[in-house]
Design a protein. Structure first.
Length: 124
């Protein structure tokens, strides 16, 4: 499932505060992004159509809950980026980032640990 940048902003709120009403989304996104009521409600409807959020009727209000976990959405976005930009090569992605941005010792250790774990799992 592809989530646009604007939809991602809505999803961030849904993940942070599940059960927000449409009115709460409208108020929050008007304050933070300057979006109109119709823009916010259109984005919520699109996300509902995509199956990323579900709405529950509570009296006169609609509450929205994320269906897609943030980690799953991030994984999908990352996989799409790797496929589109780096022709499916994760190592090329890492190489590009390390050429432009220095990694801290902690980040290097974390990457090494992940790679070692993956290598052990493949050998098993």
């Amino acid at each position: 499932m592809y989530i646009t940048d604007a939809e991602w902003a809505v999803m961030e709120l849904a993940w942070a505060k599940p059960g927000m009403t449409g009115r709460e989304f409208v108020d929050s996104l008007a304050a933070s992004r300057g979006w109109s009521r119709s823009t916010t409600l259109t984005l919520l409807r699109r996300l509902e159509d995509k199956g990323a959020v579900r709405a529950a009727e509570r009296g006169r209000a609609r509450e929205y809950y994320p269906v897609t976990e943030r980690e799953d959405a991030a994984m999908s976005e990352t996989a799409d980026l790797i496929d589109r930009v780096y022709r499916g090569s994760l190592s090329q992605l890492v190489s590009t980032f390390t050429k432009k941005q220095a990694l801290t010792r902690t980040e290097i250790d974390e990457l090494y640990s992940m790679l070692s774990k993956m290598e052990s799992e493949q050998d098993a």
